[in-house]
Design a protein around this ligand. Sequence first.
Ligand code: NAI
Length: 339
Amino acid sequence: MNKKKKVTLIPGDGIGPEISAAVCDIISAAGVNIDWDVQTAGADVALEEGTPLPQRVIESVKNNKVALKAPVTTPIGKGFRSVNVALRKELDLYANIRPCKNIEGINTPFKDVDIVVVRENTEDLYAGIERQIDEDSAESIKIITRKASERIVDYAFQYALKNNRKTVHAVTKANICKLTDGLFLDCARAVAHKYPQIEYKEILVDNLCMQLVQNPSKFDVLVLPNLYGDIVSDLTAGLIGGLGIAQGANIGRECAVFEPVHGSAPDIKGLNRANPAALLLCAVNMLRYIGDYEPAAKIENALFEVIKDGKVLTVDLGGQASTTEFTEEIIRKFKAVEF
Ligand code: NAI
């Protein structure tokens, strides 16, 4: 066996622990030698340690440089600030990359979706600067800076170059948010000039949503401020079969945290029904990031084969299999190839 690599694992809550266990089982069965540095975070941790995101979690990711993270619940309309947003901000994970490509065997209205959402990950309305003005009104401040906008657009163009992509669309609502989205657009235009080999286009976010559900094959790489990126990436996940298969990665200059698009799915928590595929695809991407290309390909191929077979699928993909059965089938698939 090769040398053990240390990776932070944030199992999250809701369906997080179930899908994390499934993914760890698959990685271990594939013979990858990872020393998981398990770090809990979220509401239960807040009760015990006074904060949902203790410093130990941040230090662990800083030390290991790479993490696999399952979802963490954020109280809706009240309570503590999102652990997910805080972690991205603390570690300056400025680029959130969410690729959405059709997977053979999953029936969807469109067969030629291959879109990469590049979402700015540190500012916009996620800055969490909100104020109650009086009982009947509140305000939230949208922060857009030149530094963050230029570096995310540059990331999108670099991504396009390295991955043989043709077009980058800058997505805004600059007709209405003239100063904030207007600044993002100015930055996009300036950065685009440095990449004449990549086609640059602009589109308003509402028009983008309409066109995505009519003709998604028109789109290639999308670069967006934080909030639009969050919403549009759920939409693109829907185009390829839903959140159960939508992977993502948060990339910074110093470290990377691989986490799926979906949340903690409290509606199916503890039912052994969650699809671990999105987190598994994140793990595959993480393995490639740390240089474990062979097991990454082995796991990815097995997952795609199981989906293509269509016999053992989780409920979100139209099947009846439990998380455990789906996990075992993936392991069985790559073991069958080995012997
Ligand atoms: P959600 O993504 O958790 O669930 C939306 C729908 O998709 C639900 O019906 C759920 O059952 C289904 N779903 C999601 N992942 C699935 C999977 N792996 N397998 C099968 N079905 C799956 O979104 P929701 O309900 O809006 O948010 C729940 C909580 O998650 C909230 O507290 C939210 O703040 C948090 N959240 C956390 C994220 C993170 O940790 N990065 C990202 C998004 C939301």
